[in-house]
Design a protein around this ligand. Sequence first.
Ligand code: AMP
Length: 251
Amino acid sequence: MNIVSDIKAWKSYRKTLMGNAIGFVPTMGNLHEGHLNLVRRSKNENDFTIVSIFINPTQFNQSSDFENYPKTMEDDIQLLNSVGADCLFMPDKQSMYTDNYTMRLTETEISSTLEGEHRPGHFDGMLTVVLKLLNLTQPTRAYFGEKDFQQLLLVKKMVDALFIPTEIIGCPTVRAEDGLALSSRNSRLNQVHRTMASTFHEILSSDKSLDVITQQLTQSGFQVDYISEKWGRRLGAVWLGETRLIDNIQL
Ligand code: AMP
């Protein structure tokens, strides 16, 4: 697997890929089966698969969350090699934000609820970095997980609104055996919280009312940010100690 960090080197390298169908999987690293599933799908549908690892500072609304975000570069490279990713792009903060984030992208409708309401500025940072990464990688198709459903909707909307020539492909959420959606933040759960975490998906999936679901989650030890039904999904965000978990199911 080719690994490129420098943006200038990246641009020259990208020119050598002209004429190929390119699949792109943007990530923040600490890779797990959820990410690898996106890579496999991309490999099936394209000639060439680019994965990026960039922990995007502008989408974190808490500096402690950014600083403590798990970094496992050696393991990540090994995993990407094992699934046959062709190329890893890992730019640094300075070269991604030469403008010091004075230029940014804002969506004002979908972004104003749920994750957007609870994490001010998160979606501006996410959309801005995805736009930069799509411009740099110029993929035929880009792969995003349904786990971050609101993000997926926003990226699709951005591509439509800005006429970006990339097809956005949503992929189902990959879960642990006990139902917990895989997430890089799960590694921060202590043993007790990890055991409790499995009930999040179970309670979210019940046929009870949203009020009862919120009550059951609270009684089970979660602090609930929101439980809501929108876009044909039931979506939720909860805290277990210092760790925030999100999930959603199709209605
Ligand atoms: P992240 O590294 O958390 O920014 O995630 C990178 C991509 O992987 C995003 O499109 C996520 O939605 C997707 N992703 C993360 N976890 C999962 C999962 N458990 N199942 C499917 N996709 C996932």
